[in-house]
Design a binder for this molecule. Structure first.
Ligand code: 6PG
Length: 246
């Protein structure tokens, strides 16, 4: 069962997520010498990134031992305004002493989406094993229940495959062409934080967390790490429709 934590505001949620990320980074570096982290896109992570990019957390995280991956990416060049890589660089990675060779963005130029997903799968396997095991995967969720770039009714949501990363076409949230981690990689993670804020997501939160969610309709309900922790971190507005009252 996932843990559910409810915060008074999006700012309080971001504070708690940032502290948890920093604690996990220290734990994993102490235990294994490195910390593999996958970032998400969207607007919710911006507040988290800002907290990680300034003291005290910036100075507490062993950045030289952090490997950065992405949970999903829009299939646009890395300098495009829609790029998740660009957002992460601007809000976090350009401001911390991370090693450039430890950044592993999803490739989006010079090959087809299918080739790029294959290539990213090889990167994940080479660095994290098979299935790839991220130490921490950050995810968000859209009002339609999508997570990473797994959208309702799409092939990965209906019949998950074996590939570590997948190409995504016709996404209802623009831009339509994307790359995403597959459920296989998502559910092999050691820790997953699903950060969800806003009243427009309350119905999808309920659908993903109550009863037996159908991932084909609510893809975030398919996030169930086989041997890892899962924490849904919600603000009050996103938790408003949960039975317990949020
Ligand atoms: C993306 C995403 C996506 C996002 C959710 C929530 O690249 O679009 O990674 O899955 O996390 O849509 O986005 P918001 O935080 O903007 O609501």
């Amino acid at each position: 069962m996932p843990e559910i934590e409810i915060y008074d505001s999006p700012a309080a949620l971001a504070d708690a997520a940032a502290r948890r990320l920093a604690a996990l980074a220290s734990e994993h570096v102490a235990a294994s010498g490195r910390f593999s982290l996958a970032l998400s896109g969207g607007s919710t992570p911006r507040a988290l990134h800002e907290r990680l990019a300034r003291p005290p957390l910036r100075d507490a995280i062993p950045w030289a031992k952090v490997l950065v991956f992405w949970g999903d990416e829009r299939f646009v060049p890395p300098d495009h305004p829609d790029s998740n890589e660009r957002m992460a660089r601007e809000t976090l990675l350009d401001h911390v002493p991370i090693l450039p060779e430890n950044l592993h963005p999803m490739p989006t130029v010079g090959q087809t989406p299918a080739e790029a997903a294959e290539a990213y799968g090889r990167t994940l396997r080479a660095l994290l094993g098979d299935p790839p095991r991220l130490d921490l995967l950050l995810l968000g969720m859209g009002p339609d229940g999508h997570t990473a770039s797994i959208f309702p009714g799409q092939p990965e949501a209906v019949a998950p495959g074996e590939s570590p990363a997948i190409p995504v076409f016709d996404a209802p949230k623009p831009p339509p062409t994307r790359l995403s981690l597959s459920y296989r990689t998502i559910n092999a993670a050691r820790n997953v934080l699903l950060l969800v804020a806003g009243a427009d997501k309350a119905a999808a939160v309920k659908a993903a967390l109550e009863g037996s969610p159908d991932p084909a309709r609510v893809p975030a309900g398919g996030v169930r790490p086989a041997a890892g922790t899962l924490v849904w971190m919600l603000d009050r507005a996103a938790a408003a429709e949960l039975r317990a009252g949020g």
